[in-house]
Design a protein around this ligand. Sequence first.
Ligand SMILES: C[S@@+](CC[C@H](N)C(=O)[O-])C[C@H]1O[C@@H](n2cnc3c(N)ncnc32)[C@H](O)[C@@H]1O
Length: 362
Amino acid sequence: MGLSTKSNKTLYPHFFHLSGIHPELPKYEVLSVLESESYSHQLLKNSNQCLVLKCTKEGANLAAERAAYCKRSVRILYKAEVTEEKVIKLAEKILRNIDFENIMVNYKSFLVRVYRIGNAHSEFNSMDLEVAIGKEIWDKMAGTCEVDTKNPDITFVLLFTQEEFLFGEEIYARKKGSFVSRRPDKRPYFKPGTLEPRFARMMANLSKASTKNFLLDPFCGPGGIILEGALMNCNIVGLDIDKRMVKGSIRNIVHYKPNSQYHIFVGDARNLPFQNNVPSIATDPPYGRATSTYGKEVEDLLEQFFSEASNALVTGGVLAIGMLDEIPLEDIAKEHNFDLSIFEKIYIHKSLTRRVGVFVKK
Ligand SMILES: C[S@@+](CC[C@H](N)C(=O)[O-])C[C@H]1O[C@@H](n2cnc3c(N)ncnc32)[C@H](O)[C@@H]1O
């Protein structure tokens, strides 16, 4: 991924603690958000569930807030290999290497949290380490600040990866259950076959949907993907061949984001009313199983859709698409003037493996 610029602000090392649910997509999602909103960034390290980047605080906040599979972003204050054997030694080492007086100058309360990737360095008990680091900070600050577990002014995070530990100031942390209120069964209009909100959010991000532009889903169904786009403050355009879906997705969008800029209409994804003016498409076409393909074989439908998408997208525009594993998406995309960015298989259950492909119009 390239480097883009939002401003000439200084870039600081940050780590993004990612969900382990998919191997590569969460990293790609964070990078896509930064690119879509033109935040400068520089990749430093890509390891299991942890992406280390140089970026601004604003970029680290926005990317973690938007990216569905990012748990938190943290500005790195110190990192090292794990060589100590005792909790207290590790806590002392961190304190020796960080200018806490300076960092805490505007804060009255703090909290320390310890996380690990898998069972990395499980020889260190998380709670013991949180207490030890907290005590060191408290001592260093001569009791001028206190630990607050509910609403601290600043949270320090230590993350153990297999290779090292990273310690820093938390910039954004996703609240548990932040997608629950939008689960398909909780929406005013519900039909089977709609994506879970977290997955739909990732699809919107992978398409590099931007607040400066609009996001198109030409098989919008009950509106799972465009709803996430609306909540990201993008203008959204959705169409579906079934007018019940169009009505239903409008109900869902208006329920969750009453003031969103949307345009949702009955239409056919094989005949799109766009020409070289769409920046981002995120979509999950019918699989020919539960959802109807209106008598067309899925592969034919996709052939025609890719041809239309290629006409509709601007050069460099992005198509993020979900599909059954057995459909040769890469071949279809190549035929229609797309480059492949990333492709990942996603196991859903015994008889369904989905693939997510991200393609860029040449
Ligand atoms: C899997 S659903 C989309 C679900 C949606 N991504 C969500 O998360 O809510 C596929 C939708 O494609 C629609 N569809 C089928 N053929 C179509 C076509 N040629 N043009 C537009 N929509 C079509 C179906 O009516 C169905 O609502």
